[in-house]
Design a protein around this ligand. Sequence first.
Ligand code: NAI
Length: 214
Amino acid sequence: MEEREISQAVIGRLPRYYRYLGELLSNGVERISSSDLSKRMHVTASQIRQDLNNFGGFGQQGYGYNVKYLHTEIGKILGLNVNRNFVIIGAGNLGQALANYAGFERSGFILKGIFDVNPRLEGVSIRGIPIRMMDDLKAFIMENNIEIAVLTIPKTKAAEVAQMLADTNIKGIWNFAPTDLHLPKEVVVENVHLAESLMRLSYKVERYNEEHME
Ligand code: NAI
């Protein structure tokens, strides 16, 4: 496939296409028109055509999209065609909840290790994976080909731990701690802030209430 710059907005929409196409595939659907996909996804057919044309050659006039091909190609763009090993750092409420979620594996994200500083957690297993102490983290990352670290530790510890991770061969940090991390560009950071999502919901609820006020 031809390599070209794809806008961040399009990339932001790809996981959703990937999910819908995955559902179609598991329902045995082999091809779909942009208008059918548009109805399912509640986005305009022209948006779908524009987005998917970025990658060229997926759709054919009068045939629609080959679901399996499109799913595979979007998967490749998202880097989902290979498994990625990850560790969770911080085995508290959130870290344990994420560790308990088996769904990441279906997308190729393999949880290899869970780390914490609390000695009372040492050896406690989550889905068969024992919680290890932070002293073992660096060696574990090297020995287990770990690409991604999930940070679910207190905000006050995040910068220090992230800096330590930057000195290993970690490629990406999925940061849940509510603080911005400043790291060398070799380490990619994706922040997740559920509270921000909740605030956006609150905004919409507020607008709705205003519009429906007597
Ligand atoms: P928690 O207190 O239950 O768990 C934190 C864990 O981190 C504890 O087990 C603690 O021993 C461990 N820890 C502390 N320092 C550490 C270090 N230097 N290295 C390794 N482990 C260390 O807290 P909870 O509720 O699980 O939250 C974790 C983080 O996630 C917090 O920063 C919180 O603000 C954030 N959070 C973010 C959300 C989001 O949407 N981004 C949602 C909920 C929590």
